[in-house]
Ligand binder design. Structure first.
Ligand SMILES: O=C(O)CCC(=O)C(=O)O
Ligand SMILES: [Fe+2]
Length: 314
């Protein structure tokens, strides 16, 4: 630790809220998702909004209430809903590319994710990512093992704010685990501002940094706007990507502050392993997330997540 990073705080634990569905609640969610599935068309507007809203209104009351707490209080760094319905017998072998991942057997799971995510806000996609799909897929792809995007496997996916470059980025990222892998845990980290000295926090709150769009987006800007990495109005809120963030040129003080921030986020990084049936919602303002490395098999048994970006309703 260098002296800008306070010594007494080597590692802080993220606060993770857990919501465990009972068998009865799981059946209730499964019924609603099965009802919705025939209307699922995928792509940019996967389900009629009204239909989704009506079905979400019939989700188990306890789940609705507990997710509402997360949405309104924004206290945990992440919330994991476990015991979500997993119709494993209907699920095809894990595809080797997101393009092939909108399979018939995965549709009901996409509906489960959209339903539960609807309690937090509106799910959306990016025109520049996975053809604009709202429900995207995270699967390891051959040739991408060491890349910097979520189709990687052997290389760790470094912590990041989801779509940090974009002003319209998600408030929450939803990750529904359909298949897990040995290793390959999702990771989360966060900044407790008390872990940095006040002057470093102040530098991080100034527009002395550049964020590049990550490789998952087909976006190649000529100019990058200068931005803060720590929100000037709330130092718990961060916007940073380990692989795609720089200090502006000729600003050694900003470069040092970035190093300090990276050091704290590295120190606080912890596993959030997801089992099949777990849906993690990571608060994209106060937490960064990533994934540990794992060995892909490319035999249909690989790790598979369905993912949505969620924007809370005003
Ligand atoms: O694979 C994971 O657990 C997380 C991947 C990720 O960061 C993402 O899909 O946004
Ligand atoms: Fe991500």
């Amino acid at each position: 630790m260098n002296d800008h990073v306070r010594e007494h705080t080597t590692m802080e634990r993220a606060s993770i809220e857990r919501i465990e569905l009972s068998e009865q609640e799981r059946h209730q969610v499964a019924r609603l998702a099965t009802e919705l599935a025939p209307a699922f068309v995928g792509g940019r507007s996967p389900l009629p909004t009204r239909l989704l809203g009506e079905a979400a209104g019939r989700l188990p009351a306890r789940l609705v209430a507990e997710v509402a707490q997360v949405r309104e209080r924004r206290l945990p760094h992440a919330c994991v809903v476990s015991g979500a319905p997993l119709l494993a017998e209907r699920l095809e072998p894990t595809p080797q590319h997101w393009r092939e991942a909108q399979t018939a057997g995965s549709v009901v799971h996409a509906c489960v994710l959209l339903l539960v995510a609807d309690l937090l806000g509106e799910s959306f996609g990016w025109a520049s990512q996975q053809d604009g799909r709202v429900v995207t897929d995270v699967v390891p792809s051959p040739g991408q093992e060491d890349s910097l995007v979520s189709s990687s496997s052997r290389a760790e996916l470094a912590w990041h704010t989801e779509d940090a470059y974009f002003e319209q980025r998600a408030d929450f990222v939803g990750l529904f685990c359909l298949r897990a892998a040995t290793g390959g845990a999702t990771t989360v980290s966060f900044l407790d501002p008390a872990q940095l000295s006040a002057d470093v926090v102040e530098v991080l709150q100034q527009p002395r940094f550049l964020l590049r769009p990550d490789d998952a987006h087909d976006v190649h800007p000529d100019d990058l706007a200068r931005t803060w990495l720590v929100d000037p109005s709330d130092a718990r809120r961060i916007r940073v990507d380990r692989d795609f963030t720089d200090a502006v040129a000729d600003d050694p003080e900003a470069a040092r502050a970035l190093d300090d921030l990276v050091e704290v986020l590295d120190a606080n990084l912890q596993d959030l392993p997801l089992a099949p049936g777990d849906i993690a919602f990571v608060d994209n303002a106060v937490a960064v997330h990533g994934r540990r490395s794992f060995t892909p098999r490319f035999d249909g048994t690989d790790r598979w997540l369905k993912r949505v970006n969620v924007r809370t309703r005003a």
